[in-house]
Every structure is written in C-alpha cells, then in structure tokens.
Design a binder for this molecule. Structure first.
Ligand code: GRF
Length: 203
C-alpha cells in the first residue's frame, strides 16, 4: 500500500511508521511526507528514509481553501491508498476531508471523545482524570470527532505535569500508530456510513 504522511513538526510518530515499513511490520511504503511548516525535523527524517519530502507552507496561501486545494493536488499526485496525519496541526476543510473519507486517519493525544483540540494533557490533569492516552480515528469533517479505531492509555500520576504526561503518552503513540496503520494496509479497517469496522465488526 502507498502511504502519504502529513506532519507539522518533529515527526516522532512518522519515524515509527518509517521504521515499521522498513522492517516489514507494515505492508506499505511511505511514498511522501508533506509538512505545512518549513524546516521541521520530520522532513529530514523523511529524506533519510528515502521518501519524498515536501513543504507546502500554509502562510503562503490566502485562504484555507486555497491551501487545502494545493495539498489535495499534491497528495493525489502520489495516488496513495491512505493519508496518515501524524502531528499535522492544521484544521482541514470539509471538502478536503470528504475527498479522502475512509482513507485518512489521525492520532490525537487524548482519550477521545474527551478533549478534542489543544492542551489535552493539561486538561486531563485539571480534570483529575485517572487515565490519559491517545486515540487513532478516521478523519471526518468534525474536528477530532471521527469514529474511533484504537486507543492507548496510561495511568495519571499525582506528580504529573503536562510535559511528563505528554512524554508518556507519546511513547504509547509510537506503539499504537504502526499497529493501526498495519491493519489499514491489511484492509482490516473500513469506514462505512460514519461507522468504523474492524474485520466487518463495528468498533
Ligand atoms: C503527537 O502527540 C500527536 O498525537 C499530536 O501531535 C504530536 C506529534 O508528535 N497530534 P510527533 O511530531 O509525531 O513527534
């Protein structure tokens, strides 16, 4: 399977996907990595792994629609089976999302449906939650609101800060995302009428 990964930053999740493809733990290949920000470490990781590395700088576009249209064209050029959002920090228009519906997944650092959006770790601490974690979901036009596929969780410690929690959750993301991407590549996950299925069973 052909994968295009979208990033905005460091790309540690991207790295785990590149490594898993390399090892054969994912039956797929990252053909391109696209960042909306220039000079990020994730683009260097992509180049080092032999994937195309592109920057489409959103600040050079007048509107969200114009940026998304350019992004869509570049992604379509690669004819990917799946589009993987890995720390891609831009809200996407509904028409972009619908173009890739069922073929695009995201990883979000909270136990969705809790805490869509930003500052997830601090919000979990402020709410005195017993657990925090990460969620992989299909992307639909509702921000961080698409059907859930799989989650990882960690226990919240009284001494946790947003930074310490983020670090622990990120380590679980590195286990979680390659597993889910492999299931996608094995055709085991589907999105039908806004319901996610694993092997034909609703998740
Ligand atoms: C991860 O916590 C991911 O869940 C969130 O952004 C972070 C990206 O980290 N959406 P990295 O760029 O993969 O290191």
């Amino acid at each position: 399977k052909r994968l295009v990964v979208l990033i905005s930053g460091g790309g540690s999740n991207l790295q785990t996907l590149l490594d898993a493809c390399q090892r054969g733990d994912i039956n797929g290949q990252v053909v391109a990595v696209i960042s909306n920000r220039p000079d990020v470490r994730g683009l260097i990781r992509a180049e080092q792994a032999g994937a195309d590395a592109l920057c489409i700088d959103h600040t050079e576009y007048d509107s969200r629609e114009a940026f998304d249209e350019q992004l869509r064209q570049h992604i379509d050029d690669y004819q990917p089976d799946y589009v993987i959002l890995a720390g891609f920090m831009r809200i996407l228009t509904a028409s972009f999302v619908n173009h890739f519906l069922g073929k695009m997944v995201n990883i979000h650092p909270s136990l969705l449906p809790k805490y869509p959006g930003l500052d997830t770790h601090q919000r979990a601490i402020d709410a005195n939650d017993s657990h925090a974690g990460a969620t992989v979901h299909f992307v639909t036009p509702e921000l961080d609101g698409g059907p859930l596929i799989m989650q990882s969780s960690v226990t919240l410690e009284p001494s946790d800060t947003a930074a310490s929690l983020a670090k622990r959750v990120l380590a679980t993301e590195h286990q979680l995302y390659p597993r889910v991407v492999q299931l996608l590549c094995q055709d085991k996950l589907k999105l039908i009428d806004n319901i996610a299925y694993y092997d034909q069973t609703p998740i």
